[in-house]
Design a binder for this molecule. Structure first.
Ligand SMILES: [Zn+2]
Length: 108
């Protein structure tokens, strides 16, 4: 199998999967030897979904809208997500754009 992103070779590996700070387990995935992108196999994806449902991590995804505060744009973090991630006011985050359609917020 070739990497859909850079078309380099992929290696089948066991990769840990976490949601927030919760480890769901270790699953089989194809990992690109060049760009390190991880693609979980179909079987792994199903297992990850099942595990996430079991642990009540399902349905945390929420649609929102970009707001405005002073000179900055703001995104509200839903209460359920904040509780799950144990986020506190004043906590440091790293805001990391990954292309034009994905923004990652890492808790420091
Ligand atoms: Zn790649």
């Amino acid at each position: 199998m070739k990497c859909p992103i850079c078309e380099e070779g992929m290696e089948r590996k066991k990769v840990p999967y976490t949601v927030g700070s919760v480890k769901l387990g270790i699953f089989e995935a194809d990992v690109c030897s060049s760009c390190s992108e991880i693609f979980f196999t179909e079987k792994s994806s199903d297992a990850i979904d099942r595990k996430a449902k079991e642990l009540g991590l399902w349905g945390l995804e929420k649609k929102g809208r970009i707001g405005y505060s002073g000179n900055s744009l703001i995104v509200r973090i839903p209460k359920k997500v904040a509780e799950f991630m144990k986020l506190k006011k004043g906590e440091g985050v790293l805001i990391k754009p990954e292309g034009k359609k994905r923004l990652v917020i890492e808790i420091e």
